[in-house]
Unconditional design. Structure first.
Length: 365
C-alpha cells in the first residue's frame, strides 16, 4: 500500500463567479440610470417654471447737428381717377334730365365731342355727341347711353374726337353719297366764316355760314366776275353742314310728307330722292354751296345760266342734274355747286361726267 494521501478533486467555481459579476454590473447600471432620470426630471420641472430671459434694449439718444437743415419730405403725388357718375340709371337717352346726364355731358366735352351747355338735359346736341363717341369707339351709334357705352366713356382708353380732315387732300376728289357716307364725328379742316371773307358781295341766309377757305376764295372770285358781267344779285343759302344739321333737315322733310298723307315708308322714299341721308351729304365736306336769287326760282334766272356756263373755270361743278340723277340718286339741284378744283372741274365738263363717274374713271387710270 502506498503511503501517499489520495488527492482531493477540486470543484469548478467559474460559472458561479461570472453570474455574480453580471448581476453586480446590472445593479450598478440600473442605479446610474435611475439617478440620471431623476436629474432630468428635476431640470425639466425647473425649466417649465423659469421664464425665458428677454434681452434689454437700451435707448440710444441721437443729438441732431444744429447746423444741418432737416430735409423736407418729398410729396407723393395722388393720382386723380376719372370721375364716374353716381346714381346713373341703367339707360340714358333723349329726354332724360339730371346730374347723371350732366356728368355725361362733362365727360363728352372733355373728349371733344360736346360743345353745348352743361345743363343736364339730354337733347339733340347730347345725342349727337354720344353717337359720334360711339362711332369712334366701335360701339353701336344709337345715341343711347347704356351700360356698355357708359363703361367705355369713363375708361382711360376712351378715344377722343378725331381732328379735322383736309377735304382737298389727294389726287381724287372726295366722294360723299349714300354708298360713301362720312362718320358722325367728321369735321373738315380750314373752315372759315363766309360773310367775314366775302362781306357785302352777296346776302346770306344766316351770318354763321362756314365753308373751307380755299373753296370760299374760289366762290368770291366767281361771284365778282359774274357781277362784272352784269349778273347779280346773289344769295348764299347754305354751305358747311354738320351731320346733326342734316339729320334735322332730313327728319323735317320726312314729317312734311307724312303730314301730306303719305305713309312713313313712302315719306322716306320721297325724301331720299331730294335730301341726302345724314352722313351722305356733300355739305359735310365744307366744299358745297347752295346759291339763290331772292324771290325767284333759281332755274329761271340769269344767275343759273351764267353759273352753268362758267362755274367749271373756277373749280366748281354742277353736282346734281336731272340727266345724271339715276347715278347720283338725287334729283336735279340747279342751285347746288361743289368745289373740286379747276383741273378736275374742267375735266368733268369735257367728259360730261358726274362726280361718281369721274371718280371711277380716275381709279381706272
Amino acid at each position: 500500500m502506498s503511503n501517499r494521501r489520495p488527492q482531493r478533486k477540486r470543484k469548478n467555481r467559474s460559472p458561479y463567479l461570472f453570474a455574480l459579476l453580471c448581476a453586480l454590473l446590472l445593479t450598478a447600471l440600473a442605479a446610474v440610470g435611475a439617478t440620471a432620470m431623476n436629474t432630468w426630471n428635476v431640470y425639466a420641472a425647473e425649466a417649465a417654471v423659469t421664464p425665458t430671459p428677454t434681452p434689454t434694449v437700451l435707448p440710444i439718444s441721437v443729438t441732431p447737428d444744429p447746423n444741418r437743415a432737416t430735409p423736407a419730405p418729398t410729396p407723393v403725388p395722388t393720382p386723380t381717377p376719372t370721375p364716374a357718375p353716381t346714381a346713373t340709371p341703367g339707360v340714358l337717352k333723349s329726354g332724360a334730365k339730371g346730374d347723371a346726364v350732366k356728368g355725361i355731358q362733362e365727360r363728352l366735352q372733355a373728349l371733344g365731342y360736346y360743345s353745348g351747355k352743361l345743363d343736364g338735359d339730354f337733347g339733340s346736341g347730347t345725342k349727337n355727341a354720344v353717337q359720334a363717341f360711339q362711332e369712334v369707339n366701335g360701339l353701336k351709334a344709337d345715341g343711347v347711353v347704356g351700360a356698355k357705352t357708359l363703361t367705355v366713356l369713363y375708361a382711360d382708353s376712351a378715344l377722343p374726337k378725331p381732328g379735322p380732315v383736309d377735304t382737298l387732300e389727294g389726287d381724287i376728289p372726295l366722294l360723299v353719297n349714300k354708298q360713301n357716307p362720312l362718320p358722325v364725328s367728321f369735321e373738315p379742316a380750314n373752315l372759315v366764316n363766309v360773310k367775314e371773307k366775302a362781306g357785302s358781295l352777296m346776302t346770306y341766309e344766316k351770318d354763321s355760314i362756314q365753308a373751307v377757305g380755299e373753296a370760299v376764295d374760289a366762290l368770291i372770285a366767281m361771284i365778282r366776275d359774274a357781277e362784272k358781267d352784269g349778273v347779280s344779285p346773289w344769295k348764299l343759302r347754305e354751305a358747311y353742314r354738320t351731320v346733326a344739321d342734316q339729320q334735322r333737315i332730313f327728319n323735317n322733310r320726312v314729317k312734311s310728307y307724312e303730314d301730306a298723307g303719305n305713309t312713313h315708308a313712302q315719306a322716306l322714299s320721297i325724301t331720299r330722292r331730294e335730301v341726302a341721308d345724314p352722313g351722305a351729304s356733300e355739305h359735310h365736306t365744307g366744299l358745297a354751296f347752295d346759291l339763290n336769287v331772292p324771290g325767284q326760282t333759281f332755274a329761271d334766272t340769269a344767275q343759273y345760266i351764267w353759273l352753268k356756263r362758267h362755274c367749271w373755270d373756277y373749280g366748281f361743278i354742277m353736282r346734281y342734274t336731272d340727266e345724271k340723277d339715276e347715278i347720283t340718286g338725287i334729283t336735279g339741284e340747279e342751285w347746288h355747286v361743289r368745289y373740286v378744283g379747276v383741273k378736275h372741274a374742267q375735266a368733268m365738263r369735257d367728259l360730261d361726267y358726274c362726280l361718281e363717274e369721274y371718280v371711277e374713271y380716275l381709279k381706272g387710270q
